[in-house]
Design a protein around this ligand. Sequence first.
Ligand SMILES: Nc1ncnc2c1ncn2[C@@H]1O[C@H](COP(=O)(O)OP(=O)(O)OP(=O)(O)O)[C@@H](O)[C@H]1O
Ligand SMILES: [Mg+2]
Length: 386
Amino acid sequence: MSQPILEIQGLQVALPTGADRAHAVDGVSLSIAPGRTLCVVGESGSGKSVMSTTVMGLLPRELRVAGGGIALKGESLLQATPARLRALRGQAMGMVFQEPMTALNPVMSCGDQVDELLRTHTDWPALKRRQAVLDMFARVKLPDPQRMVRSYPHQLSGGQRQRIVIAMAVILKPALLICDEPTTALDVTTQREILALIKQLQEEQGSAVLFITHDMGVVADIADEVLVMHKGCAVEQGTRDDVLFRPQADYSRMLLSAVPSITPPLPRPAPSGASLLRGESVSKTYTAHDWMGRARQHRALEAASVAVRAGETVGIVGESGSGKSTLARCLMRLIDPTEGQVFWGGAEVARLPEGRLRPLRNRVQVVFQDPNRSLNPRLRIGEALI
Ligand SMILES: Nc1ncnc2c1ncn2[C@@H]1O[C@H](COP(=O)(O)OP(=O)(O)OP(=O)(O)O)[C@@H](O)[C@H]1O
Ligand SMILES: [Mg+2]
């Protein structure tokens, strides 16, 4: 049998003292052969992300490897120098992080970020690099690659940002690709295209893929092997069909039985009464300036109307980049709609200045797509809640 691309032996990663358990990862072993995909599943906090950042040599300072070994094509990564790890990252191993903003520089255009990666790891001339970036953006199905190259991360939708990160992880064709929930922010059509792209890259260059997901449909679709983690331990490991259809551990059985079914529950009685939140023909045009100061306009939302009454849940669905978050931000008045009206209860607030809006603000709350955007990294969680 050919040498595995990634081999992990009894890996132990210690948590700081006072944590809810001693080890974030506790004695996990795995091996991925060229061209194979291992899916890692397990509840939130089970150690999936810690295990993958350890492989990449990007473990946060508070955490420490306490035992075991990691080898990439036979080379020990735990013994590698920081310089060697930097050289391997991007080129021999690429990672798509769970939260795209942690991997992107907010003050650099998306094109420049990928270009920097190519400049560091290749001797390609500028023109070849530029073409490679545009080709890659097209391959991850980013619309209008020219605009994407010029855009800053905050000017893109969550799913578009995720695809920039995927482009960066795969552009140098790494032997090992680690994906930490890469498609959670994507609609099903884009998700299917991204998974097909990863599969294709894998076939072209025989990469090994370690894929973390909560989505059992994705596991069924792409996994060769599956590893089930619980509280830092590997509770079950086997082929896709064994784990999905003949799970042995109680925990795996519980995890699989929790998969939601597509059959909708019985409808609830329709709520009556006035709407609490309403948008009437809300439109949004973003204006960005290029390096010559020329204004470029992008129409992100076109006359959207929506109403939410007390006791009601309204779902907004649509493919990545279709304007869902822009509509929500307009309704919340986190951004100013270009046209249309927004009602909070009886009050029309679309053009209300911030000073008059503030007393009303606590009536509407938002949970963001990317939690990093609403958390202050300088505050402890407890302090942020006060
Ligand atoms: N920088 C850190 N400092 C202290 N503890 C941490 C740190 N990062 C992670 N942990 C802890 O390590 C454990 C494993 O976390 P990890 O991020 O690997 O979970 P996960 O399986 O990826 O979860 P999710 O599905 O929510 O992404 C958790 O208990 C977490 O609180
Ligand atoms: Mg995680």
